[in-house]
Design a protein around this ligand. Sequence first.
Ligand SMILES: [Zn+2]
Length: 159
Amino acid sequence: MNVLDIALPVQQDHLKSVFPTPPSIPEIFVYDNNCQLRKHLIATGDTYFACTGLPVDVFHFKAKHRITDTECQQYCNPAAFPDLVDGDQWRVNTSICEETNAWFGGFASMVREMEATRYSFFLDEMIKRRNRFTVKQLERRGHHPWTIPIEVLFPSERM
Ligand SMILES: [Zn+2]
């Protein structure tokens, strides 16, 4: 059993917990290893994300995915998704996870010695502040960020 044999089912389960209901499943889900995830979903007969486009993020696609992998090029090339491209410009920052990981790295020395509850609380507060800032910044630039209503994600826990 290789690393992907273990990692992909975990990612598959994690994705289903992030998108737990049909209305919450995205039309496009960008991920750095989508070609392997796609192969895994097909191999296991999992149709949960059958209507979801699975492009690889631009950075990883250029650096880590072989041009000779025709299946990857056909199904996971971000440039093949019209919603992601406007002419020769990207409409979506598909490398935001890489940027967010770099942002998280800035807290490493602060949280290294924290116990778990304080660590989770601290990062949760930092993430909330960053998200509020990002939403305001997007609105100032004329964009219309939105969130998925909680009742769509968790219909049994309606408030
Ligand atoms: Zn690939």
